[in-house]
Design a protein around this ligand. Sequence first.
Ligand code: OGA
Ligand code: ZN
Ligand code: ZN
Length: 376
Amino acid sequence: MTTVAAAEVLGFPAVWLRDNCPCERCRDPRNGQKLFGILDIPANVSIDRIESSAATFSVTFGPDGHRAVFSREWLDRQLGPASGDGRSEEDKQLWRAGDLAGSLPVASWSQYGNDDACRLEMLRAVQLVGFAVLHGTPVVEGTVLDVARTFGYVRETNYGELFDVRVEVNPSNLAFTGLEIAPHTDNPYRDPVPTMQLLHCLSNAVEGGDSGLVDGFQAGAILREEDPGSFEILTSTLVRFAWSDGKSSLSAERPLIDVDPRGGIREVRFNSRSMEAVRLSQGELVAFYAAYRRFAEVIARPELLLRFRLEPGDCVVFDNVRLLHARTAFTDRESGHGRGSGSGRGGAGGSRHLQGCYADLDGLASTIALLEKKGT
Ligand code: OGA
Ligand code: ZN
Ligand code: ZN
């Protein structure tokens, strides 16, 4: 051991070093959890002495003589700017539809289930690109829950564990008609909003009913580039979304574009069906509506829309705080019914029947981290 000047310890202040002491009085060795809070650190904590060896720095603190041993390797890893949490645009691969030609994140259910590398690739795609599609899942009701449970936890809501998307006689939501649904995120009226969504196709024997995805982060980045003033308005104006029926009354208020403390796009909400009246001064309203229209115009650009068709057994898994999803209008091939409201109900389950559920990105990230650990 040699004693070195405090300044040589990489410029970490005494309070930081003390807060990160790995000794077993500071961290429970059974679980790695910190056993103290900031107020337990002496306010006048200081570095009295530092000794170094090839692999460690030992720090003796004043005024109480507490001693911490840090590995150099661990300290080295704490240098440099903190990386993001993986949720903001800087950690994503933003796309327009054409960028994905030939590289769609698609796998078969059997390979996904049997091959860790394939599963990891698909789950990473959901993190990076915002979605993945699994083909050949069982065409059986409830399968969407099994898919969600391969990487995380189903978010049960007032709709239940899963929801059916098919034409209904008295639709409580435009999703349950044959009408087109423009690109949107689901359930912005929840706080916290479900950060992931799955849609599983049980049948799609209709004219139309194609699916679409738009990268909302890309749309936000384009808006910021072309019209920074509008971007600023949408990141700073709270918009209320609401939904209710006899049993639930939900509402949440967030900006259409949420940015992290460094200004990076982190979440997008976009759903005219559940947007409430915005309350601002008249001048602010005019500016807000201009910005909202600009954003909608960017989202509607055909080059942003990735179009595909869900066939029975397909399940699309996507980031619901980044991607907007859409479907084209449809009519039942046999009856010609479907558009508009109720009249298009087909046989059991209808001619187009999806089941969806919600889940969250933290479970996805955890599964990815475990698969990565296992692989190394
Ligand atoms: C929905 C929805 C898409 C579809 O139910 O929220 O977007 O393809 N459905 O029907
Ligand atoms: Zn300690
Ligand atoms: Zn939807």
